[in-house]
Design a binder for this molecule. Structure first.
Ligand SMILES: [Zn+2]
Length: 171
């Protein structure tokens, strides 16, 4: 990890925060080429009702349009959460040079946790992986988000119970 990696990870965190503002799971990504961000995106799965709308895929889509090429050679993709199998596949196929991620994903991570698709020598392209950059910020964003959802559900349940109680009483 170097200063540049943490600088760009902060930009990915900014994207994740935008997702959070839309009640999406806060995951953000940026793609960097020659020291510049050429694409930024965040998870939009709920809003789009589309399982493909992961931050990494949306960022790759934009980057390909910016570069006018499906080959994203010499780019680095920064993402707040370890890529899933789908995004890892897209990363390999678009020949991203380097992936830097924040938090590991024990339930879906395919960049070293459950498996390592990005560095598997059997594929015709391998991608360098750097993990754990600003890990605590990235994972706190996610744990805060899920804690708030649980709290909201608890409150809604309480409210429903209270409403049920008044209905019974008013009969
Ligand atoms: Zn994904």
């Amino acid at each position: 990890m170097d200063d540049q990696d943490s600088y760009f990870m902060k930009e990915a965190i900014k994207e994740a925060t935008k997702a959070q503002g839309l009640n999406e799971v806060p995951i953000g990504a940026v793609i960097v080429y020659e020291g510049k961000i050429i694409s930024r995106a965040y998870n939009l799965r709920e809003r789009e009702q589309n399982s493909l709308a992961h931050a990494e895929l949306l960022a790759i889509d934009k980057a390909c349009r910016v570069q006018g090429s499906w080959r994203l050679e010499d780019t680095t993709l920064y993402v707040t959460l370890e890529p899933c199998p789908m995004c890892s596949g897209a990363i390999i196929l678009s020949r991203v040079k380097r992936v830097v991620y924040g938090a590991s994903d024990p339930k879906g991570g395919c960049a070293g946790t459950l498996m390592n698709l990005l560095e598997d020598p059997r594929f015709n392209h391998q991608c360098e992986v750097v993990k754990g950059v600003l890990e605590s910020e990235c994972s706190e964003l996610l744990s805060d988000f899920f804690r708030k959802i649980r709290e909201r559900k608890r409150q809604e349940k309480k409210l429903r119970q209270a409403e049920g109680f008044t209905e019974i009483n008013s009969e």
